[in-house]
Ligand binder design. Structure first.
Ligand code: PMP
Length: 404
């Protein structure tokens, strides 16, 4: 048995981390990892989460029973509120079906599965994804029989957004196409549309009757402000663009391993939302039966208590500000001090954990081989891997890699 099963390649990011771990170089730097690190390069348990952990530990009324199939209600409703805002018309009119998922990945999967089964496809089942995008998007779509089709997004010449390419593909795609959009802090490029550009995207989506499949993995983590990072989603919702949102609390609450997230599908009517939720529940039942409890309990407490919510916002800001400061420092080191050839404004203009440095494959490889700096070959670095102790070493190594 299984003699014909081919060996699959290891996941490139996890492979990079494994190589980093075995490296004995004293100044090695890991910029591959997609998780926040503090200024000592260590994982950070948010103080608000520590506090909530203590509350949960002392609560003798809690048990280990199953959650409902669609998740902990006080989590899913508060999660919808933090994303869409309490004033959202869709929320007030009961038009949002919210289901707890296995973090953002599970939300993406459930969304794709739901679309594959119930979307009124105009032609073949295909979802347009940005070029490039989070590598898992392709795999998740293919797993449910949807073909991922690239739309232009990143322009290597400007190390910024290829906005006209994006608009062209929105207008030339068949009507009622599905477009996967990163709500904020685009992974892997760190390049987001401006508010004005989002408005234009919404215009075309409305004209063409397109469907917005939002992936929101970094709310608050990008700018430090939960509302600002949700503005694209909220704008689309207000304008009536048909949409769903995949939400993750991995990054903004540092709950990576707890797998806490949600899928929100906005419907035209309350009635439609009730029917959608019933089908999401059927799909969820056959896949995981019930979502995990612990992370949802943590987030439900934080989201439903104004004091804890304020503390969470402060913690989010701590993480976002540290990353923004690393961007500023790196920019100053490259431009003012090292006078590294090239333009480096994109380092400060990009947003979120990731930055497309503009380094090519040869330069990225040189960084890895000569300086023991671990980054992906497309030149993407995780800003979270930089700190006050290693940023100078990194900037100098980058300078050398650019000079060749
Ligand atoms: N979407 C994007 C764009 C991401 O970058 C990530 C995390 N790397 C996710 C979704 C999902 O992460 P998780 O399943 O840990 O919430």
């Amino acid at each position: 048995t299984w003699a014909s099963v081919p060996q699959a390649p290891p996941d490139s990011i996890f492979k990079l981390t494994a190589a980093y771990k075995t490296d004995t170089h004293p100044q090695k730097v890991n910029l591959g990892v997609g998780a926040y690190r503090d200024d000592n390069g260590k994982p950070w348990v948010l103080p608000v989460v520590q506090k909530v952990n203590e509350i949960l530990l002392k609560d003798t009324t809690l048990d280990h029973e199953y959650l409902p199939i669609t998740g902990l209600p006080e989590f899913t409703s508060a999660a919808a509120q933090v994303l869409f805002s309490a004033g959202s018309a869709a929320l007030k009119e009961g038009r949002i079906s919210s289901v707890q998922t296995i973090s953002g990945t599970g939300a993406n999967h459930l969304a794709a599965l739901f679309l594959a089964k119930f979307y009124q496809w105009n032609g073949p089942k295909q979802v347009f994804i940005s070029n490039p995008t989070w590598a898992n998007h392709k795999a998740i779509l293919k797993n449910v029989g949807i073909e991922p089709v690239d739309y232009p997004y990143y322009d290597p010449k400007t190390i910024g957004l290829d906005f006209s390419g994006l608009l062209n593909s929105l207008s030339s795609a068949p009507e009622r196409s599905v477009f996967l959009l990163h709500a904020c802090a685009h992974n892997p490029t760190g390049v987001d549309p401006t508010n004005e550009q989002w408005e234009k995207i919404a215009d075309v989506m409305l004209q063409k009757g397109h469907y917005a499949f939002f992936d929101c993995a970094y709310q608050g983590f990008a700018s430090g402000d939960l509302d600002r990072d949700a503005s694209a989603v909220r704008h689309f919702e207000q304008r009536g663009v048909p949409l769903l949102v995949c939400q993750s609390f991995a990054k903004n609450a540092g709950l990576y391993g707890e797998r806490v997230g949600a899928l929100h599908v906005v419907g035209a009517t309350h009635d439609a939302a009730v029917r959608v939720k019933s089908q999401l529940s059927v799909l969820q039942r056959s896949e995981i039966s019930n979502p995990p409890t612990y992370g949802a309990r943590i987030m439900a407490l934080i989201l439903n208590d104004s004091g804890l919510f304020e503390e969470w916002k402060r913690d989010i800001k701590t993480m976002a500000d540290r990353i923004i400061n690393m961007r500023k420092e790196l920019f100053v080191l490259l431009t003012d001090e090292l006078k590294t050839p090239g333009k480096w404004e994109h380092i400060v203009n990009q947003i979120g954990m990731f930055s497309f440095t503009g380094l090519n494959t040869t330069q990225s490889k040189a960084l890895l081989e000569k300086a023991h700096v671990y980054l992906t070959e497309n030149g993407r670095i995780s800003m979270a891997g930089l700190n006050s102790k290693n940023i100078r070493y990194f900037a100098e190594s980058m300078d050398q890699a650019v000079r060749g």
